[in-house]
Design a protein. Structure first.
Ligand code: CP
Length: 315
């Protein structure tokens, strides 16, 4: 039996960022993801929706959650999924991104999911390839599928996103998760507060419709949702805080400062978690934490996107 799906269409070839999605498109993706959620709870976790379609996961950066959930999402929809990791591909022999993509295109896949350290890499592929491209994270630019699964998780717990106070704390400067969530949450009507060290807070973030808090406590106070971000040391060109211990002392989420938030606060983190740095282990494992529900919803969101782009959900 096939799952009941949304009959509305997504009129676009690629998913490159949340910035260019309308509220209607975000709602369509979230509603479609909701309808796919139960497939993962069945004894036989498979529907024939994308039988005969091919999805290539092309990852130039490390990933546990995103790559695995795209692969599982494709398999649960009966698509053929292929994983390519740059470090074990001909990229190490010097092949360019475009040449790699052109060669993959020649094998006639339907969707290419790409993660790359360079902002804009998925956009280049979207321009030159006929296949649908999904951005699985490009540098510090956007991580649209993460923001969609975060919005799905918030909506499922809180009923709606509009009117909520959402605090995003930590390394804003290097975070594609922060950027995609800021675009999505503000479009959906949330009040977004940012807090982090001055060296990790880009100048002029207020132009994105958010409030930049001077102290982490100001961001957390009365928050409905608090999202901690990982420090992205791999993207830092120089040391921008004295030590992890000092960072944790001033910016870690913990049982003490979370007491300022609403009683029913949701604690989120995109993963991977640096326990004891941006969040204390007891808080990450607490009843308020939805970190693993985010991961579960990630499979449903990625099933929805594959279906909307390659199935009959595409216009
Ligand atoms: N949240 C996230 O993108 O995790 P991975 O890097 O493990 O995919």
């Amino acid at each position: 039996m096939e799952t009941e799906k949304n009959t509305r269409k997504l009129d676009r070839k690629d998913i490159l960022g949340i910035k260019e999605l309308s509220v209607e498109e975000i709602n369509l993706i979230l509603e479609t993801a909701d309808s796919f959620l139960e497939v993962s709870t069945r004894e036989i976790k498979k529907v024939p929706t994308l039988r005969g379609k091919t999805v290539i996961n092309l990852f130039y950066e490390a990933s546990t959650r995103t790559r695995t959930s795209f692969e599982i999402a494709g398999k649960r929809l009966s698509a053929d999924t292929v994983n390519i990791t740059a470090s074990t591909s001909s990229v190490v022999k010097g092949e360019t991104l475009i040449d790699t993509a052109r060669n993959l295109e020649s094998m006639n896949p339907d969707i290419i999911v790409i993660r790359h350290s360079a902002a804009g890499a998925p956009h280049i592929l979207a321009r030159v390839l006929k296949q649908s491209i999904i951005n699985a994270g490009d540098g510090a630019h956007e991580h649209p599928t993460q923001a969609l699964l975060d919005m799905m998780t918030i909506k499922s717990k809180k009923g709606a996103i509009a009117g909520l106070k959402v605090a995003i704390t930590g390394d804003i400067a290097h975070s594609r998760v922060a950027r995609s969530n800021i675009h999505g949450l503000t479009k959906m009507g949330a009040r977004v507060f940012l807090a982090g060290p001055a060296t990790m807070m880009p100048y002029g973030m207020e132009k994105m419709g958010v409030t930049v808090a001077g102290r982490i406590e100001e961001a957390i106070e009365d928050a409905d949702v608090v999202m901690a971000l990982r420090i992205q040391t791999e993207r830092e060109k120089q040391c921008i805080f004295p030590s992890l211990r000092e960072y944790a002392a001033h910016f870690s989420l913990n049982k003490r400062n979370i007491g300022l938030a609403r009683k029913d606060v949701m604690i989120m983190h995109p993963g991977p978690v640096n326990r004891g740095v941006e969040i204390s282990p007891d808080l990450a494992d607490s009843a308020s934490s939805v970190i693993l529900e985010q991961v579960t919803n990630g499979v449903a969101v990625r099933m929805a996107l594959l279906y909307l782009l390659a199935g009959s959900g595409n216009a």
